[in-house]
Design a binder for this molecule. Structure first.
Ligand code: SF4
Length: 470
């Protein structure tokens, strides 16, 4: 294949690693720049009316790139082809393929090729074959990206030296990319991550900072992207003093496999025994187990600090009274399930649900979230709509909720320290410059509280009357 494969739509770190994985299989690959509001305008100009926001951003981003390349004299139809994920719906996701083709035609690129990877059938259509080795290479790339991104969001708010975590991520990303590009097996990727962890362990973290933990959920693209598509919400929350919990892309794949498993089981129950279906069921379950095993293997390199993938069954059970898991489209029941999961298992002080303008499944979820909130009035929850404009309005609404979350985090920490009867000065003295991977324990959402609870014995020497002198 002489053409360069173009793709986009995830975070910069995911895209870099996917590029490495694809190049490792012999393709030439490039990812698109992060979408911005020019991408949105171009998308609105060439797409059909009434689409959802991710369509405008992602389609517009491709067109913007092709227009810019064409202006430089590149024959983009000969030079590139685009690969994107598709599905049969039931929301507008099912129309992405048609929308890409329509907009490309409208913009004057009628011979530009688009290949579709069907996420439900695990098949492909176009100039790109979804082979088992490609799937495995992509899984490794995406899982490592999730793990590094997760660590970044967990550690950055506590770094003693500003910028040290991002510098580590930059170097780590370049190294991981090089290894993936060589088609490295899992064992080599693990060995590399171990080396990179040692560099991370040289950095120091101030775990005495009491910060609200904010879980960012919502529609898949809107909560994943780190672009104008969600007003760069993750980094902005961090600047506002929060510790952000992003959702891993692996969770989305896990969800797809769970739904496939549930559908097969239902078919076997309702339509009767079929050997084909049993074989498919075994394959889906095996794939989910292997993928989870790999995720945990990568987590283990960092002493399991990256968050585990929550049980899909648990999320479905939690959501059940409000949203049936057979109602699919977008994130289906997940928005409701994740909200309750974060609340009752104290995974976050606040849940922010990001809904793109024109998103049908997220609108349904928001209806159900109203009932969830009346059943769990203690939840600090906010749902926002991203439309490309109204950024100030959206952020000022979030700031009001974030204020409540900050108070909740402080209350949680203050109550714990008085319950343990430990001196605050000692906590500050011991943990203001710690290694990254210290013990985090206890049923608390905040990192400072979990550090305090997990390492309380270290503070015992400070309990004597003369302790201030230690
Ligand atoms: S989930 Fe919502 S935003 Fe995403 S493709 Fe479907 S309708 Fe569009």
């Amino acid at each position: 294949m002489s053409k360069t494969l173009l793709f986009g739509g995830l975070t910069p770190i995911h895209e870099l690693f996917i590029k490495g994985a694809v190049e490792g299989l012999g393709y030439k690959a490039e990812f698109l720049p992060n979408p911005d509001n020019v991408s949105l305008s171009v998308g609105r100009e060439f797409c059909n009316r009434g689409m959802c926001n991710p369509t405008y951003y992602t389609v517009g981003n491709l067109l913007k790139f092709l227009i810019e390349e064409s202006k430089k004299g590149v024959n983009v139809e000969d030079e590139y082809f685009f690969v994107t994920v598709g599905a049969c719906g039931p929301c507008r996701f099912g129309m992405y393929e048609t929308e890409y083709k329509h907009a490309l035609r409208e913009a004057g690129f009628k011979n530009f090729k688009v290949a579709i990877l069907n996420q439900t059938e695990l098949s492909s259509d176009g100039d790109f074959d979804l082979t088992p080795s490609l799937i495995w290479a992509l899984v490794k790339a995406v899982w490592i990206a999730d793990i590094i991104r997760d660590l970044g969001y967990q550690l950055r708010p506590y770094e003693v030296e500003k910028g040290s975590v991002d510098s580590w991520i930059k170097v780590a990303s370049e190294n991981v990319y090089e290894v993936l590009k060589k088609g490295a097996p899992v064992i080599k990727t693990v060995a590399l991550l171990e080396e990179l962890r040692k560099d991370l362990e040289k950095l120091r973290f101030d775990y005495t900072r009491v910060k609200p933990v904010v879980s960012v959920i919502g529609e898949f693209w809107a909560h994943t992207t780190e672009s104008a598509g969600n007003y760069h919400i993750h980094r902005w929350l961090e600047e506002e003093g929060a510790e952000v919990r992003p959702e891993p892309v692996a969770g989305w794949i896990d969800y797809q496999l769970f739904i496939e498993e549930e559908k097969l089981k239902r078919d076997l129950r309702v339509k009767g025994f079929s050997l084909d279906k049993v074989k498919k069921l075994v394959a889906v379950k095996a794939m989910a187990a292997v993928f989870r095993g790999l995720y945990n293997l990568y987590r283990s390199v960092f002493y399991f600090r990256p968050k585990p993938l929550p049980s899909q069954r648990k999320l479905a059970e939690l959501a059940k009274p409000y949203f049936d898991h057979f109602v699919v489209g977008g994130e289906g029941h997940l928005e409701v399930g994740k909200h309750i999961y974060n609340l009752i298992y104290r995974k976050a002080h606040m849940v922010l649900s990001v809904k793109p303008f024109g998103c049908m499944p997220s609108t349904q979820s928001d209806g159900a979230q109203a009932k969830v909130l009346s059943d769990y009035p203690e939840s600090i929850f906010i749902s926002i709509e991203t439309s490309g404009d109204s950024e100030i309005n959206v952020k000022s609404r979030i700031q009001m909720k974030l204020f409540e979350a900050k108070r909740a985090a402080e209350r949680e920490f203050d109550e714990l320290i008085s319950e343990l009867k430990l001196p605050l000065f000692a906590f500050r003295k011991v943990f203001h410059s710690s290694k990254p991977f210290i013990k985090l324990k206890g049923n608390y959402a905040g990192t400072a509280a979990r550090v305090l609870y997990g390492n309380k014995t270290e503070l015992q020497p400070y309990l004597s009357p003369l302790s201030e002198a230690i």
